[in-house]
Design a binder for this molecule. Structure first.
Ligand SMILES: [Zn+2]
Ligand SMILES: [Zn+2]
Length: 386
């Protein structure tokens, strides 16, 4: 039976054993700094062990085939391999690319698939080669989930074009789940200002928007943005801080999106068919409509860039060479490099970007996807995990 005397005896036994253990370790370690380092590590593990505990199963929204709704499933929590970290997901943004995947417009998805590539979460376990990450770190997981490091493009420092790349939420399971594993080399440690769930859209809309924006020459002043959603509202804030004038083009009669663009700092907002009050030095297109390429080229001045930021677009209608002539350029943006991520998060240290988000429960992912599809989300949709 456990009475006061027994408890005291038990405590004194534990305490005595601990002293003997510490003396033994101290004897083994001549160097007292090394000894106390070991003690600090034991105490740290004891203090963090509760944070590393996780259940065996989790909820996830799963895509089982193209053209179907996501299905809520109870799955095993994945175990990280040597290169991976296991992450307790706090939030995952919904990107237009997720719609293209669901609709079968991107043909290489794995099935069954957990979509989602704008992940913010807390590391709960680390593989043996997971770099400097440790349990408790708040990380972001982007679209680029793996590169081979040996193909022509990787060797040229253009890993966004890697022949053997893996993509989060497309060819690798993503973040529409309570837990996910991710290759630690492709995760970003998030600074305290950007750890909240509202920052999930930075992981794709922000990063791809930033890569698109950086393809425009520095001297460009008037920049058009076609399609004013998640990427546009983040990049507008960065561009404005750098002294650019943003001209926002939305769908016809979408006054709500135009008002949103003006609130985010655009100098002008109108419909995609409108002629802006000034010639554009460059344009970015984030809406997946091919005819916008022709419209953007038509409004862009000599020597200007038209950058297509999306992964998928409808066919581009034929157009007169005269709107490309005079050294206008037209190019697409594919994926991101880890350097893009480092540069982007470094630029965010000097500037506080505020995201506009609409939160949904994980189980309501299909509702959120449909609202995004019909243009009913101003800013970005983000799933919050249970
Ligand atoms: Zn490669
Ligand atoms: Zn995306």
């Amino acid at each position: 039976m456990l009475n006061r005397e027994n408890v005291l005896t038990l405590y004194s036994d534990i305490f005595g054993s601990l002293i003997i253990f510490m003396r033994a370790i101290n004897f083994l370690y001549d160097d007292s700094q090394q000894f106390w380092g070991l003690i600090a590590r034991i105490l740290w593990i004891a203090n963090n062990v509760h944070k590393m505990k996780h259940p065996e199963s989790m909820q996830a929204m799963v895509l089982e085939a193209y053209g179907t709704s996501l299905v809520l499933k109870q799955l095993n929590v994945p175990a990280p391999n040597n290169d991976q970290v296991l992450i307790k997901v706090t939030a995952c943004g919904i990107c237009r690319t997720d719609l293209h995947i669901i609709d079968g417009e991107l043909p290489e998805a794995k099935f069954p698939l957990i979509p989602g590539h704008e992940i913010i979460g807390r590391v709960v376990a680390c593989g043996s080669d997971a770099g400097s990450f440790k349990p408790g770190d708040i990380v972001g997981v982007p679209w680029l989930g793996y590169t081979c490091g040996t193909c022509k493009f990787c060797l040229q420092g253009r890993e966004n074009l890697c022949d053997n790349a893996g993509f989060t939420g497309y060819t690798i399971n993503g973040g529409f789940a309570e837990y996910t594993v991710a290759d630690a080399r492709f995760c970003f440690l998030l600074g305290t200002a950007y750890q909240g769930p509202e920052n999930a859209p930075l992981l794709c809309a922000g990063l791809i928007g930033y890569r698109s924006y950086r393809m425009i020459r520095q001297s460009a002043k008037n920049i058009g943005i076609y399609g004013f959603g998640a990427a546009a509202h983040i990049i507008t804030q960065i561009a404005k801080a750098e002294g650019k004038n943003i001209f926002a083009f939305t769908k016809r009669d979408d006054q709500e999106a135009q008002a949103f663009a003006l609130r985010m700092g655009a100098a002008w907002a109108g419909e995609s068919g409108d002629t802006p009050p000034e010639r554009l030095d460059a344009s970015m297109i984030f809406a997946p409509a091919g005819e916008l390429v022709v419209k953007a080229l038509g409004n862009t001045d000599k020597g200007g860039e038209v950058i297509c930021g999306g992964i998928h677009m409808t066919d581009i209608p034929s157009f007169s060479y005269s709107i490309l002539w005079q050294e206008r350029s037209l190019r697409s943006v594919a994926n991101l490099t880890r350097k893009d991520g480092a540069d982007f998060f470094s630029s965010l240290k000097k500037l506080r970007v505020v995201t506009q988000t609409q939160f949904f429960k994980l189980a309501d992912a299909n509702t959120a996807i449909n609202l995004l599809r019909t243009g009913k989300i101003n800013g970005a949709a983000v799933l919050l995990m249970p």
